[in-house]
Design a protein around this ligand. Structure first.
Ligand code: PAF
Length: 292
């Protein structure tokens, strides 16, 4: 069995809304010898997502993209209601890449009445985003586990843009013995350095210009480390200065952490990840870069 009949290289992927149907379809495809890649997304697809899709398509026979704005990973004061949603545009983009299947369930399909079980996230979820967005990773690991259960893929593709999420998901998959390979793909940036994000659509022209300071602050950290600066406090200070100079004052964190434990480092003695979370206007953006 190849890819499902309805989607054989047609313009648009086949959209499946029910958990049972996506599970059955994927199991049948696997039984016929296909390898499956899954790209979990919340839609509003941009070039960053598409790079994950391309990587999956290069490595697997069939790619399933999930499109689900997961309510349980948003805090009460966050942007769930206004999060960009445009399934038709997403399907067009995915069709052009030859994606076979899209799983786009409703909230009720994923969280039917009575749903009350959540996954306790690993230790790596405690700081950074976990601290600023209480409950966020509980929602993320719960939905990722549920999606991997109903789309029993061989490999799942995540972006390095959400660095902490990628560490947390890898840990969860290892700790819970899930039979899936997690692939983390590089951040895709605009030519001027801005990391691709669905939330960039909230920015007006001035804010978009201001947002460039986030990638500039990471680059400044990388340059300092490359020039031999080992003192993490000095590097963090410089990162803050770059943000403040651009008028970004609401800074959730500027961090230099060890890549697996996500513990803050004192010295950039080996590979370290620099991370920033800050508000540009009302829009909260995150970005990161490996340095050292
Ligand atoms: O990175 C995202 O878009 C989401 O956190 C994910 C992994 C799809 C879970 O809802």
């Amino acid at each position: 069995m190849g890819i499902p009949e309805q989607s054989t290289r047609s313009a648009l992927p086949r959209v499946i809304r029910s958990k049972d149907e996506i599970w059955r379809t994927v199991v049948e495809l696997k039984a016929s010898g296909n390898t499956i890649g899954v790209v979990p997304t919340m839609g509003a697809l941009h070039a960053g997502h598409l790079s994950l899709v391309e990587r999956s398509a290069a490595e697997c026979h069939v790619t399933v993209v999930t499109v689900f704005v997961n309510p349980t990973q948003f805090g009460p004061k966050e942007d769930l209601a206004k999060y960009p949603r445009d399934l038709d545009a997403d399907l067009n983009r995915l069709g052009r890449l030859g994606v076979d299947l899209v799983f786009a369930p409703s909230d009720e399909e994923m969280y039917p009445p009575g749903h009350s079980t959540f996954v306790e996230p690993p230790r790596a979820a405690r700081g950074l985003e976990g601290q600023c967005r209480p409950g966020h990773f509980r929602g993320v690991v719960t939905i990722v586990l549920k999606l991997l259960n109903v789309v029993p893929a061989d490999a799942a593709y995540f972006g390095q843009k959400d660095y902490q999420q990628s560490v947390v998901v890898r840990r969860m998959v290892e700790d819970l013995d899930l039979p899936v390979r997690i692939v983390v793909c590089p951040t895709i940036r605009e030519p001027d350095g801005l990391a691709m994000s669905s939330r960039n659509t909230y920015l007006n022209r001035d804010q978009r210009e201001q947002a460039l300071a986030i990638s500039r602050s990471l680059q400044a950290a990388s340059d300092l480390a490359a020039a031999g600066q080992l003192d993490a406090d000095v590097i963090r200070d410089r990162m803050r200065q770059v943000l403040l100079a651009a008028g970004i004052e609401r800074i959730d964190y500027v961090a230099l952490v060890e890549g697996e434990s996500l513990q803050e480092v004192r010295e950039v003695a080996g590979p370290v990840v620099a991370l920033v979370a800050a508000f540009v206007g009302e829009t909260r953006l995150i970005d990161n870069m490996r340095i050292g």
